[in-house]
Design a protein. Structure first.
Length: 241
């Protein structure tokens, strides 16, 4: 499904632009998860989104990733306004322009690392041989050249997360959204994943990491803090002043 070429573009250099976004869940009473968030992410940025439980981090991730539509406000991803797209067009936008990394990995246990990553290209219409070739390159990029034929059940937690990162990157998306990517890992493995994220950023990837870990967030060039559905601070240096 082709995206509408006439949808409004974000300002030059921005991969993601969110303006005055609210999200209200129609429970009783209603839950105001986001209360007017504005956030711009430029191409090549690496930033962390932090905040306590209930601050709106997960909701913001869903809105940024077009997994959920905002109640009000504008979301523009890779030059396409989410509000102007049908559900089918949103699926196409996600497949082409957004990579996801989740805390739980979401790998298929009976599949090899190679085919788990190749599945990230299913919606491109690319043939299996080409998908596997690109998947092998992505796995090499994250340091798993020797694990291509290993099934997910035979991989360590850190290796599984590297496979998940390779799957998110294989289509060269405009932006990668990582939801607590170190949440299920021990300290040593977490450090290696953070170092990998930093290396990928240095190579030009645009990455937003949702995390509750302030130590991890402090390592990144920019930290956005959420509280009660609002941006409490947006620190471009990553320092905690």
């Amino acid at each position: 499904m082709a995206l509408d070429p006439g949808t409004p573009a974000a300002p030059p250099g921005l991969v993601l632009s969110i303006q005055d976004v609210t999200k209200v869940y129609p429970t009783e009473p209603p839950v105001h998860a986001l209360a007017g968030v504005s956030l711009d992410v430029a191409a090549g940025e690496l930033l962390a989104v932090v905040g306590p439980s209930g601050s709106g981090k997960s909701t913001l991730l869903h809105v940024m990733g077009t997994l959920d539509r905002p109640t009000s406000g504008d979301v523009v991803v890779a030059g396409h306004s989410v509000n102007a797209l049908t559900d089918r067009q949103l699926s196409s936008l996600r497949a082409r322009h957004i990579g996801f990394v989740f805390q739980q990995f979401h790998l298929l246990n009976g599949y090899t690392a190679l085919d788990n990553v190749a599945d990230g290209l299913l919606y491109t219409g690319m043939g299996l041989y080409d998908r596997r070739e690109l998947a092998a390159m992505a796995l090499d990029r994250v340091g798993l050249r020797q694990r291509l034929s290993h099934t997910a059940t035979k991989l360590s937690g850190g290796e599984k997360q590297r496979v998940a990162i390779a799957r998110a990157l294989v289509g060269r998306p405009a932006i990668v959204l990582a939801d607590e990517p170190t949440g299920n890992l021990d300290t040593k493995t977490s450090d290696s994943i953070v170092e990998l994220v930093e290396e990928l950023h240095a190579e030009g990837a645009t990455i937003v990491v949702i995390t509750h870990n302030s130590e991890i967030a402090s390592r990144f060039p920019r930290t956005v803090a959420l509280r009660d559905g609002l941006i409490e601070s947006d620190n471009p240096t990553g320092s905690r002043t």
